[in-house]
Design a protein around this ligand. Sequence first.
Ligand code: BEZ
Length: 211
Amino acid sequence: MAIRLGDTAPDFTADSTQGTINFHEWLGSSWGVLFSHPKDFTPVCTTELGRVAALKSEFDKRGVKVAGLSVDPVSDHLRWASDIEETQGTGLNFPLLADPDRKVSDLYDMIHPNANSTLTVRSVFVIGPDKKVKLTLTYPASTGRNFDEILRVIDSLQLTSNHSVATPVDWKDGQDVIIVPSMSDDDAKGKFPKGWKAVKPYLRITPQPNK
Ligand code: BEZ
């Protein structure tokens, strides 16, 4: 069954390039990103995995653990890792899960039979410290993802989980945010001492509160 926002991320145990991982235990109290790619030794996937490796410090800074997954075995992941390092300039520095029996792929609905009956699509799940799913994304095999966008969403998710704000279109960390409509002006006065600009009564813009 499809996984929806707010669902508990299913737990599993799987082999990876960093040994056996029990997902919930491995996440601990961190945020997490679980993402699938269709196949090892394929061009778009090679660029994606290199990019995620290059962004490791950005994920670390945000307290986010990242794990990749495909239906290939660990032995293939490990052989492919040297190609990733050679061609993308950064070696795999996060676990790549092996799912040859499709246990995790089925649990997370990562195989979309009308796209491809055997390979995972490009799924992304962002998981909060409460193990709830905060974001899902699905891309086709032919389109590489933008992992800067994943980081941008994580910035928004982490901000909005701590403050009564939402982030507007194309928002980036440090930019103005929106006071949630459910908060009255009276309550907002206490919460947002820097004030706000009411473009409309329901559209109140305020500086990012944690900056
Ligand atoms: C790729 O990563 O390049 C790819 C993988 C599966 C199907 C098509 C492209």
